[in-house]
Design a protein around this ligand. Structure first.
Ligand code: NAD
Ligand code: MG
Length: 285
């Protein structure tokens, strides 16, 4: 292992319990300060990784939390529910593959009907698959999965959520990536979706400002989540994060506070249309 992690591989979407070491979602460390008291957040892909850390932090900040997960992620979803409920908040786990617009509509409707409102939409679900570099190796099925999960679903979730967010002036936070700024040839399709997410973030902020809806993105660097052993070759895992100025990968717990800040109606009241990097030192501008 060269400053990274032990060699390991999983099938996508990957599970937390099979990771060595287990990621830190802030279970022992995150302390809430009532920043999101009484709000309702919806986190796509909140079963694991960054999404789980955001769900935990939001709950400890006083929000009820709905989140989506895939059928194969049932055991991760159960653990996230326990973390939200242990914080004394309501949890709503919704099994949903978001590569379908009617499903995105249904996820928002269930959140509002069961938790009563929607204040913060976190578009966190994402898919990547590292492949041999080269446009000639582009696989149509993978391309479709990446673009549908990372981009189409984001449009559909926002369209479904805006009528509810408008009621009190909520916010939208998209999960971008360092790949938007510093793309890897092995992630040609994925990197392009993240650049598009930045563009969409700025454009939506311009459109929705008059409704009092703030729209921002977080751009993480290398973060230790199930996505990595499920989609990167073993050699990448062994060096994961070692090329950052801080010399290591980050934990989901180190990304969640950025999502709390951007969601906070008090702390981030004048912050919209920005991309906040949490990259271990790599530039996002
Ligand atoms: P993760 O595997 O824990 O989370 C990704 C989640 O996306 C999964 O849990 C799954 O529920 C969801 N998902 C995938 N396909 C889906 C589909 N078709 N429909 C609905 N949900 C689907 O990994 P993570 O790293 O926490 O990923 C969260 C976000 O962070 C992603 O958008 C990813 O691109 C972004 N990101 C991750 C890193 C990193 O190094 N881990 C870096 C930059 C950005
Ligand atoms: Mg997962």
């Amino acid at each position: 292992m060269a400053d990274g992690y032990p060699a390991q591989q999983q099938e996508p979407p990957g599970l937390t319990d099979e990771m060595e070491p287990r990621p830190d979602h802030g279970e022992e460390s995150y302390v809430g300060h009532g920043r999101l008291e009484g709000l309702v957040g919806l986190v796509t892909g909140g079963d694991s990784g960054i999404g789980r850390a955001v769900a935990l932090a939001y709950a400890r900040e006083g929000a009820d939390v709905a989140f989506t997960y895939l059928a194969a992620e049932e055991q991760d979803a159960r653990q996230t529910v326990e973390l939200i409920e242990a914080a004394g908040r309501r949890a709503l786990a919704i099994e949903a593959d978001l590569r379908d617009s009617a499903t995105c509509d249904a996820v928002v409707e269930r959140t509002v009907s069961e938790l009563g409102r929607l204040d913060v939409l976190v578009n966190n679900a994402g898919f990547q698959m590292a492949r041999g570099a080269g446009i000639l190796n582009l696989d149509d099925e993978l391309l479709d999965r990446t673009l549908k999960t990372n981009l189409y679903a984001l449009f559909w979730m926002v369209r479904a959520a805006v009528p509810h967010l408008r009621e009190r002036g909520g916010s939208i936070i998209n999960n971008s990536s360092i790949q938007a700024f510093d793309p890897s040839t092995s992630l040609l399709d994925y990197a392009s979706t993240k650049a598009a997410i930045n563009n969409l973030t700025v454009n939506l902020a311009a459109e929705l400002g008059e409704d009092g809806i703030r729209v921002n993105a977080v751009a993480p660097g290398p973060i230790w989540t199930p996505l990595q052993p499920a989609t990167q070759p073993v050699e990448k895992i062994e060096q994961f994060g070692s090329d950052t100025p801080l010399g290591r990968a980050g934990q989901p717990a180190e990304v969640a506070p950025a999502f709390v800040f951007l969601a906070s109606p008090a702390d981030a009241s004048y912050v919209s249309g920005t991309v906040l990097g949490v990259t271990g030192g790599k530039p996002v501008f």
